[in-house]
Design a protein around this ligand. Structure first.
Ligand code: FAD
Length: 457
């Protein structure tokens, strides 16, 4: 079978984009979207849908785009996914729906994510269609955390007539979408439109409430809520435990990105969020978080940004697109390298990091080849800031204040994988706080499963 190649998406030029925080990929125009949608062969048994954790009706919405029924395409996606413009931008489609596309066998899967983004953007630009409000069913549900898991659970229940209240620790909803992923990947106005839609469905989001401090899960359960869903993510930082890591100028990626994204450091001096003005910045890690940190650091004006990663490029967990963008933008990669010691000046300010070269040995538990230090290969990188993007872990604030809530030894909440029910009756959990760091759409899938189960109580 002859397969037409995928239609590329235009992007901001790397030279220009490293000077701004505007979105890098510019989206399809109408004709390109129709042409890309027309590549879909409308399989009788669409395998792409099996790759989507929320079950978006992919062939149906793509057929609507091919037939120029763009708003209907967006509404079709929104039958199961309230955050299509977000998912179209950040979902790793290449390992989820697109890898299951029949055309991926020929190396040219349909660009499902780009088409999802197109449909959602089209509806937003031409006027969002608001659904009829459901009749209230008299039941109330509390959600803890306004990330993708919590907002999905909230939206699905609100559509069924539940009174839904979301308690969020930060002053803005969105979780990692808001504080972690920078605007050049996920513009703020696009996120806001999708959160407003969830609010329109009837969801009340109460910011600045830390559950486990301001109010506890047992108190919520005693307060006329028929169920609680915990979607608090896994945002606590992890450091490698090397000498000098408490020096000034050593930050976790979450702190760095929160200052930049949530607290608007990138809009200095309009916003006066303090962020160190560093000329040379190194980021340790090889995932999306590391790529976001490197690329944000460049845009803040750093002259050199290093990415230090202990395995090789082939093992990097970041999306290929993000690695490619970071390379184009001039990030300097030190592959097969690990930091061993941080060197600070007399004021305890970081001035260098000592690194060691690594080589790959036998595979470890993750199936990837284990990095092994090469004795005598130490070298030094002079710098002004070091950002650790080597993973995150569970915050135990809720488990410590909720008797009977079972967690594993790392603090992740135990929940049944098909119902999301925890060890406590009427308490559900999902997203990163159950699985550890995963993806937006997997967190949304858990939120959907929990909403379905809660609706059966
Ligand atoms: P979160 O998004 O972490 O949201 C949890 C929410 O709960 C937060 O708003 C938090 O403030 C709130 N909360 C926590 N504790 C409490 C409490 N005690 N009381 C009240 N509220 C509380 N995934 C992708 O699919 N694609 C990507 O490109 C991608 N890039 C990423 C980039 C970065 C920088 C990071 C950090 C992650 C990225 N991920 C990506 C992973 C993805 O964002 C997460 O898997 C997803 O956000 C998890 O959703 P969640 O709802 O479980 O948790």
């Amino acid at each position: 079978m002859k397969v037409l190649p995928r239609f590329p998406m235009p992007e901001q030029n790397p030279r220009d984009r490293i000077k701004n925080f505007l979105e890098v990929p510019l989206g399809y125009d109408t004709e390109t979207a129709v042409a890309e949608a027309s590549r879909c062969i409308q399989c009788k048994k669409p395998t792409c849908v099996t790759g989507c954790p929320v079950g978006v009706p992919i062939p149906e919405f793509i057929k609507l785009i091919a037939g120029r029924r763009f708003t209907e395409a967006s509404l079709k996606i929104k039958e199961v996914n309230n955050l299509p413009a977000i998912c179209g931008r950040v979902c790793p489609q290449e390992t989820q729906c697109e890898i299951k596309c029949v055309l991926s066998r020929m190396g040219q899967p349909v660009c499902i994510g780009r088409l999802e983004r197109f449909a959602a953007d089209y509806e937003r630009k031409t006027g969002i269609i608001l659904p009829d409000k459901p009749r209230p069913n008299g039941k109330a549900v509390a959600i803890v955390g306004a990330g993708p898991a919590g907002l999905t659970c909230a939206g699905d229940l609100a559509r069924l007539g539940y009174k839904v209240t979301v308690f969020e620790a930060l002053h803005e909803p969105g979780g990692v979408l808001t504080y972690g992923i920078p605007p050049f990947r996920l513009p703020r106005d696009i996120m806001k439109a999708e959160f407003d839609y969830i609010r329109y469905l009837g969801v009340e989001i109460i910011p600045n409430v830390i559950v486990g401090r301001s109010i506890t899960i047992p108190e919520i359960l005693n307060d006329n809520y028929s169920a609680v869903f915990i979607g608090t993510g896994a945002g606590a930082p992890v450091f490698p435990g090397i000498p000098g890591e408490n020096s000034i100028g050593v930050l976790s990626a979450n702190e760095f990105l929160t200052r930049v994204n949530l607290m608007n450091a990138f809009r200095f001096p309009e916003y006066e969020t303090p962020i160190q003005n560093a000329k040379i910045i190194a980021v340790v890690g090889g995932g999306n978080v590391a790529m976001d940190s490197c690329r944000a650091a460049l845009r803040l004006g750093a002259e050199k940004v290093y990415c230090i990663y202990r395995r090789s490029r082939a093992e990097m967990p970041a999306r290929e697109e993000e690695i490619h963008h970071a390379e184009e933008e001039g990030v300097i990669f030190h592959m097969l390298t690990a930091p061993v010691k941080i060197i600070a000046d007399e004021n305890e300010m970081i001035k260098a990091v000592e690194c060691i070269k690594m080589e790959l040995g036998a595979p470890d538990d993750s199936g990837r080849r284990r990095p092994v230090p090469v004795i005598g290969s130490e070298f030094r990188l002079d710098l002004n800031m070091l950002i650790m993007a080597i993973g995150t872990k569970a915050n135990r604030i809720i488990s410590k204040t909720t008797p009977g809530l079972i967690t594993d030894k790392r603090g992740y909440i135990w929940a049944d994988s098909s119902t999301q029910l925890t060890s406590i009756d009427r308490v559900y959990a999902g997203g990163d706080i159950v699985t550890g760091s995963a993806t937006v759409i997997e967190a949304m899938g858990a939120g959907k499963r929990a909403a379905f189960e809660i609706s059966r109580l």
